[in-house]
Design a protein around this ligand. Structure first.
Ligand SMILES: *Cc1c(COP(=O)(O)O)cnc(C)c1O
Length: 365
């Protein structure tokens, strides 16, 4: 890069953007991919054939239905959105986080969440020129430190509070009453992000009507449709009509609208898959806990958080990759995550491969 080009870019690109590292996705070719909370199961052949048949009759020369009406109705029903609440669709729930944050952004305003938490809340706050306040979770069990959250909200008056329920990357479900206390005390909006809803029985969806400042976010990614990019926000029209104004037209493409509607008509297939993942989660957690020096945390999501003996996480992570298994190394991501690794729960075969590889790697110390 020439000096002139470099200084041109340095002059015009906002400093907070230049300071960021681009979101990094690990190369996974040839590896058992347990790093990204994907559903390991593919579709039965009959379903695949019917889907391809449907796509054959889908016209891509036309713009999509701008409001994705049929798909919205299907999602309302499958996600149990209460009557009287509106829904807004995003190109992944990441886009919904961006739409909410853009709508509420302002130079003196901040986004509040808990750390370690979902990194996109912090990143998108930065994109939108907002300050991010991250309140540490309790060391030990990664629960909400309610007094600390209440104190930080009183001090910083956040425009929006994001809480992932269950939390990523820790996998635990926060205490319901503590979340309610946060919603009641928050000066602005509270987004309960239920990306892992298929793997828990807890949800704030039925309680939407109780709070003026609550919206609930869901995604189809973790249930098995990550490739489609589709998220849903549910809440009162008063909020969602405003967020809808910053939505780019036609954000849900034709193929996603047709495919997601089709898939959700066969939701029983996905329910069976997510139930298998839940039972594999129990089996994998037990297998991991039996390994010397490994501590496994309780999870209500489709991944497990584990802690290695001090200073071993990166070596074990690399050792696993040499054994053909890719997981997420969280060591260094946050002080509370020192020595932590996060494998996604895969198929029985994949989980066995992970257990065998980890047994081999951990036996080396
Ligand atoms: C994976 C994840 C999302 C992102 O979902 P997409 O719909 O794929 O954009 C949102 N929130 C949390 C907590 C997640 O873990």
């Amino acid at each position: 890069m020439s000096d002139a080009l470099e200084s041109l870019v340095a002059h015009w690109v906002r400093p907070e953007i230049r300071a960021l590292n681009a979101y990094h996705v690990q190369p996974a070719a040839g590896l058992i991919k347990l790093d990204a909370m994907e559903n390991p199961y593919t579709w039965p052949d009959e379903l695949r054939d019917a889907w391809v048949e449907l796509l054959r009759d889908t016209d891509v020369n036309r713009y999509p239905d701008p409001s994705a009406g049929a798909l919205s109705a299907r999602l309302r029903e499958t996600m149990g959105v209460p009557a009287g609440m509106r829904v807004l669709l995003g190109n992944g729930s990441d886009e919904l986080i961006q739409m909410i944050t853009m709508s509420l952004a302002g130079p003196s305003r901040c986004v509040l969440s808990v750390d370690p938490g979902f990194v996109m809340y912090h990143l998108i706050a930065t994109f939108c020129g907002m300050r991010y306040v991250g309140v540490p979770l309790s060391a030990g069990d990664f629960g909400l430190d309610l007094p600390a959250v209440l104190q930080a909200m009183a001090e910083h008056q956040p425009a929006v509070v994001f809480l992932a329920y269950p939390n990523n990357p820790t996998g635990n479900l926060f205490d319901e009453q503590a979340v309610v206390d946060i919603i009641r005390a928050a000066p602005g909006l509270v987004v309960v992000d239920e990306a892992y809803a298929p793997f828990t029985d807890a949800s704030f969806m039925p309680r939407l009507g109780e709070f003026d400042n609550l919206v609930v976010m869901r995604t189809v990614s973790k249930m098995g449709l990550a490739g489609l990019r589709l998220g849903l926000l549910a809440g009162s029209a008063a909020w969602l009509d405003e967020f809808d104004k910053v939505r780019l037209p036609y954000n849900i493409n034709v193929l996603t609208q047709a495919s997601a509607d089709f898939a959700l008509r066969h939701k029983a297939v996905f329910d069976a898959q997510t139930m298998r993942i839940r039972s594999e989660r129990t089996r994998l957690a037990q297998g991991l806990a039996r390994l010397e020096g490994v501590a496994v945390y309780p999870s209500q999501a489709n991944f497990l958080l584990l802690r290695t003996p001090p200073g071993r996480a990166t070596a074990w992570f690399q050792g696993l990759r040499e054994h053909g298994v890719l997981i997420k190394n969280l060591h260094g991501a946050h002080p509370l995550l020192d020595d932590c690794l996060r494998p996604t729960v895969g198929s029985a075969t994949e989980n066995d491969a992970l257990l065998a590889a980890l047994a081999a790697v951990s036996s080396l110390g």
